[in-house]
Design a protein around this ligand. Structure first.
Ligand code: NFA
Length: 98
């Protein structure tokens, strides 16, 4: 019978999942328009946001496209790198734990 007693453990049973930044790296060859297309296509940015992030990568060497679970971040990295390769651009996407 339910007497209203709640059992509590000493510590939380689970840790919050790690989050991963997906970052884009600058290079000297990938056209700016292609980078903007990637940011809109794979990261759901509007053109103004995509332009701002592209310019941040261009001037600062790298930039954050978004923060995701490991599974989603891995998929974004694979998709972006494959898309860049298909179009014969050296654009590189990586993930790093936050
Ligand atoms: N640096 C590239 C150029 O001048 C543009 C670029 C931006 C490439 C962001 C990669 C990432 N064409």
């Amino acid at each position: 019978q339910d007497d209203g007693v709640v059992l509590e453990t000493e510590r939380p049973a689970v840790k919050p999942p790690k989050r991963y930044q997906v970052v884009l790296l600058n290079d000297d060859f990938t056209p700016m328009d292609f980078v903007v297309d990637v940011l809109m296509r794979f990261f759901g940015m509007d053109e103004a946001k995509a332009n701002a992030v592209m310019l941040a990568v261009h001037t600062q060497g790298k930039g954050v496209c978004g923060v995701y679970s490991r599974e989603v971040a891995e998929m974004k990295v694979m998709q972006v790198n494959q898309y860049a390769r298909e179009h014969q651009h050296p654009l590189q996407c990586e993930m790093e734990v936050v």
